[in-house]
Design a binder for this molecule. Structure first.
Ligand code: FES
Ligand SMILES: [Fe+2]
Length: 433
């Protein structure tokens, strides 16, 4: 295993072994995915009692379930008898979950409530109350987004999110959102960090990587490049390992790719949006790429939210949803849905560009020499500012790698086994507070 002390994220130097080392990956499951707040579901996926979705926390399958009292709980999708998946469906509605191997049954909270032929098989020796599914101890509903953590020591979610809330809230507050039913799910042969870091920090790639995609559906180069690589003012933010790169929209309702129905509807709700999130924020923060550490990302203007599930050091599974305004008429919601499909989905013109870079890097990393050759992550180093441009926290020009360095700093702190109290202190110091 590589020596983690040789990594120096704050100096913008990254060892590519972190994308391919098997031992490091196992440690990552424990120290990153086992310690952080992870996205589980949007509440619109759980409309009634017994609604559930199956998802993953790292590689651990979990069931997220709406309870009778409306609360949401989550538990490991692993039967306590021989470890079979308790529920094999991706989503649905249940009164109880019955394991398909020997039939142990669990209630909506994951408690073991029934065992087939119990009196003959176990006489009176099975204490069912001790053999419920392993519960996710902490769950939070943040404006409809459900997050959970295995850690009892991680900060409260609101503190974990920190000032990243300034960049997330305009998406959640501007109008009530819901997920279009069904996720796009696909596998990419690359390490999950390539995607998570890019969504946190990389506006730089768009002008090159996505130039041809822009040209494919805009006839003139000027529109294509303005959509693929917005010019003008924009800032990048980092805190607590999260990252956001936002660029200022030239005018309210500037939604070129979504077409006239969306533009007209946007304009019709302008006053309400300004009231809810403020005019400045509606124009400055909404168009953005973002990651909440470690693996939950969204594109504000792109209307996609997604999770990068790790699947070994050299593979990830992407789960992507389209979010739409609840109150919008059907043609507007449909325009959002179709547009995310042809931009950011397994067949989307932008998504396929990104999905080509990452596996290519991973293939190069099969090389022994390649794995020892450090990467440069120094863009914009030393030019960070605090509370500039009316934005809170540490920001830099949108073309920088401030958020990538922040992302890997948090990753590094967790991976070397620092306690949450130390990590929080170190972060405050870095923020100059
Ligand atoms: S493994 Fe689930 S009942 Fe046996
Ligand atoms: Fe991209």
């Amino acid at each position: 295993m590589i020596d983690l002390s040789s990594l120096k994220p704050s100096e913008g130097v990254i060892s590519p072994a972190i994308y391919s080392d098997r031992d490091l990956y196992q440690l990552e499951l424990e120290r990153v995915f086992g310690q952080c707040w992870l996205f589980l579901a949007h509440e619109s996926q759980l409309p009634k009692t017994g609604s559930f979705v199956q998802t993953y926390m790292g590689e651990d399958p979990v069931l997220v379930v709406r309870q009778k009292n409306g609360a949401i709980k989550a538990f490991l999708n692993q039967c306590r008898h021989r470890g079979m998946r308790i529920c094999r469906s991706d989503e649905g509605t249940r009164k109880a979950f019955v394991c398909s191997y020997h039939g142990w049954a669990y209630n909506l909270a994951g408690d073991l409530v029934d065992v087939p032929q119990e009196s003959r098989a176990y006489r009176k020796n099975l204490e069912k109350s001790r053999w419920g599914a392993t519960k996710v101890p902490r769950i939070v509903n943040y404006k409809g987004l459900i997050f959970g953590t295995w850690s009892e020591e991680a900060p409260e979610f609101i503190d974990y999110l920190g000032r990243m809330a300034f960049y997330l809230d305009p998406i959640l507050d501007r109008f009530d959102i819901e997920f279009v039913p069904g996720a796009s799910k696909w596998v990419i042969d690359c390490n999950w960090k390539f995607a998570a870091e890019q969504f946190a920090s990389d506006m730089y790639h768009t002008a090159t990587t996505h130039a041809s995609a822009g040209l494919a559906f805009f006839e003139d180069l000027e529109t294509a490049s303005s959509v693929s690589a917005p010019a003008g003012e924009g800032r990048q933010f980092t805190e607590n390992g999260h990252g956001s790169g936002a660029w200022w929209l030239p005018s309210y309702g500037h939604t070129v790719v979504f077409g006239p129905a969306v533009s007209a509807w946007q304009v019709s709700i302008r006053d309400k949006v300004f009231e809810r999130v403020g005019e400045e924020r509606a124009l400055k923060v909404f168009a953005s790429h973002n990651t909440v550490f470690p693996n939950f990302s969204w594109l504000g203007q792109g209307h996609t939210m997604r999770v990068w599930h790790p699947r070994g050091p050299e593979q990830m599974e992407v789960w992507a949803w389209t979010f739409v305004p609840k109150e919008a008429p059907e043609d507007v919601r449909d325009a959002y849905r179709k547009t995310t499909q042809y931009t950011f989905s397994p067949a989307g013109v932008y998504e396929t560009d990104d999905g080509e870079n990452w596996p290519e890097i991973q293939t190069v990393l099969r090389g022994w020499k390649a794995r020892q050759t450090a990467f440069n992550m120094q863009m914009g180093m030393g030019f960070e500012e605090r509370n500039a441009y009316g934005l809170p926290g540490v920001t830099n020009d949108v073309l920088s790698e401030t958020a990538a360095r922040g992302f890997y700093q948090r990753w590094h702190d967790l991976m070397v086994g620092k306690r949450w109290t130390e990590i929080v202190e170190a972060d405050k110091e870095r923020q100059g507070e």
